[in-house]
Ligand binder design. Sequence first.
Ligand SMILES: Cc1cc2nc3c(=O)[nH]c(=O)nc-3n(C[C@H](O)[C@H](O)[C@H](O)COP(=O)(O)O)c2cc1C
Length: 312
Amino acid sequence: MMELKKLLNIKYSVIMAPMFLVTNLKMMMEADKCGISGCIPALNFRNISDFKNALKELKEKCHHAFGVNVIVNKSNFFLKEQMKWILEYQVPYITTSLGSPKNIILECKKNKILVFSDVVDEIHAKKVQDLGGDALIAVNNQAGGHLGQYSARELILKLKNVVRIPIISAGGVATKAGFDEIMSLGADGICVGSPFIACTESDVSTSYKNACVNFGAKDIVVTNKISGTPCTVIKTPYVEKIGTQQNCVEAFLNSNKRLKKIAKFFITYKGFSLLKKAAFGANYKQVWVAGKSIEYVDKIRPLREIVERLTK
Ligand SMILES: Cc1cc2nc3c(=O)[nH]c(=O)nc-3n(C[C@H](O)[C@H](O)[C@H](O)COP(=O)(O)O)c2cc1C
């Protein structure tokens, strides 16, 4: 086992989690200055040229290891292009979500780029280790975004039984006490998302940030309306109105073998544009992704203070 801080040569064993629409370059640079490592979704860039420029800037301005999150299933039409620039700029590590990281691990190994893969159970964890993955992001049932089914404790213990590679626990941590508890279970680091949504450096709307301050753990619900995959959102009046289950047309399309792929594309596209409008605009369609750890968010704070609450 190797603690994350040694693996990435950072001060604290903490990754600021990749968050669709939320993580930006300012946050990445600030995380780097605060002694943790930032990870940004490739999906947060409008096109490949913006993505390429961002990697160049990160490479120039970050003093420590930073990461990029890539979706590795077939829904990501840009995977090949994204990987080309990840290799070109020698991104220190990538995290993979939604799909098998097999080919990506092979490609990255040749180029000395570390690969950390999202897993929710021991079966997938074992597969990632066998494929040569460098660490696991163990997504538990408190995580924001796509969540797992086990508690942090259950998942870490299950994984420790079957793998030797580092385990980075994702979900539910916002304080030093929470961080210490996870490490005492045998994790090698943590990956923290939701507590950073309401940071000063984030570009999401003040309403989204204020929602993270004003709502708490009890207001988080799981919806499959965005992409068909369960995802946590804040129970705003709009979410209550539209419900959290796909309507019968969406459910039919999603379950039909022939139509599934194309249906998923359209449902995801629709869901993502809804999220985008809600994250940046003054829109009554308030669908805001966040996890239960917003319970600890008491005001909009500079990113540095959020790191201090986690580490001091
Ligand atoms: C707003 C939001 C967006 C997210 N987007 C992504 C993403 O694009 N890719 C990804 O791998 N995980 C994504 N996640 C999951 C996080 O990377 C991480 O697993 C999670 O935030 C950890 O739980 P926490 O929010 O309790 O800290 C997202 C989470 C949130 C809250």
